[in-house]
Design a binder for this molecule. Structure first.
Ligand SMILES: NC(=O)c1ccc[n+]([C@@H]2O[C@H](COP(=O)([O-])OP(=O)(O)OC[C@H]3O[C@@H](n4cnc5c(N)ncnc54)[C@H](OP(=O)(O)O)[C@@H]3O)[C@@H](O)[C@H]2O)c1
Length: 247
């Protein structure tokens, strides 16, 4: 099946930002979409907008991961595409990064995709499905003040490659997108809200294309990697970054 028409896609962190952009695009392509996140309100609002299904849950809890996959399969009849998009970012210098902050990054950004993939795997194998992990350009290059985040996203890159190698013989593709700066609510968790607009403007300069990204920019790449058009693509780490890592 080349298009996403009729495919069943579970998108973690799908209520906001990049995840919501992917959910909107997949729904527009005819996919049947299931979104998750910890807060109910953004999920409910997106469901009203695009008619998707949703369940609140925490990807860092294996029992929640199993429950979210089970609800998707029960309500929509299966699972073809898992998008591991949920993530957290808290920036601080190495010396000031607490054990709790380091643990948070590893729990949500690394263990989350791992638990979700474990729960989804039997369903993906049964239907020849695929997994898309959302890492970051900070998973392949260093940024001062982002050691915990960078380490977690570097792990997502390597996890993608290991899962791709392991699951290819079972007919499951696994790919990864590394976005650079995309305008989403995540920046309100790394700096004061009133500083975000200026910071985003300042960060235009690191993108040779001359603008920061929007969720729709990532959604287009996600649509390709999750569709049958990418049927011979697995273990790919795709920079969707306005050229930020080209220089
Ligand atoms: N924006 C960028 O510039 C950028 C660049 C590179 C990579 N990324 C990555 O893109 C992904 C999406 O981020 P975004 O920029 O779109 O920011 P966002 O709008 O804050 O999205 C993050 C989503 O993850 C969910 N989430 C957080 N912790 C969770 C948990 N423990 N369990 C389940 N869901 C959880 C959040 O919902 P709840 O709070 O309701 O749980 C939220 O919907 C992240 O993995 C991020 O690291 C973003």
């Amino acid at each position: 099946m080349v298009s996403l028409e009729g495919r069943i896609a579970l998108i973690t962190g799908g209520g906001t930002g990049i995840g919501a952009g992917i959910a909107r695009r997949f729904a527009a392509e005819g996919a049947r979409v299931f979104v998750t996140g910890r807060r109910e309100e953004p999920l409910r609002m997106l469901a009203d907008e695009i008619g998707c299904q949703w369940l609140a849950g925490d990807v860092s809890r294996p029992e929640d991961a199993r429950a979210m996959v089970a609800a998707c399969v029960e309500r929509l009849g299966g699972l073809d595409v898992l998008v591991n998009n949920a993530g957290v970012a808290r920036f601080a210098p190495l010396a000031q990064t607490t054990e709790a902050v380091l643990e948070l990054h590893l729990a949500v950004n690394v263990k989350g995709p791992y638990y979700m993939a474990q729960a989804a795997l039997p369903h993906l194998i049964a239907r020849g499905g695929n997994i898309l992990n959302i890492a970051s350009t900070l998973g392949v290059r260093g940024l001062a003040g982002a050691t915990a985040y960078g380490a977690s996203k570097g792990a997502v890159v390597t996890l993608t490659k290991a899962m791709a190698a392991e699951l290819a013989p079972q007919g499951v593709r696994v790919n990864c997108i590394c976005p650079a700066v995309v305008e989403t609510p995540i920046f309100e968790t790394v700096m004061p809200r009133e500083a975000v607009a200026q910071a985003l403007e300042d960060m235009v300069a690191i993108h040779p294309i001359g603008r920061i990204g929007q969720p729709a920019d990532v959604a287009g790449a996600a649509r390709y990697l999750c569709s049958g058009e990418a049927g011979w693509v697995t273990g790919a780490i795709l920079m969707v970054d306005g050229g930020a890592t080209a220089v």
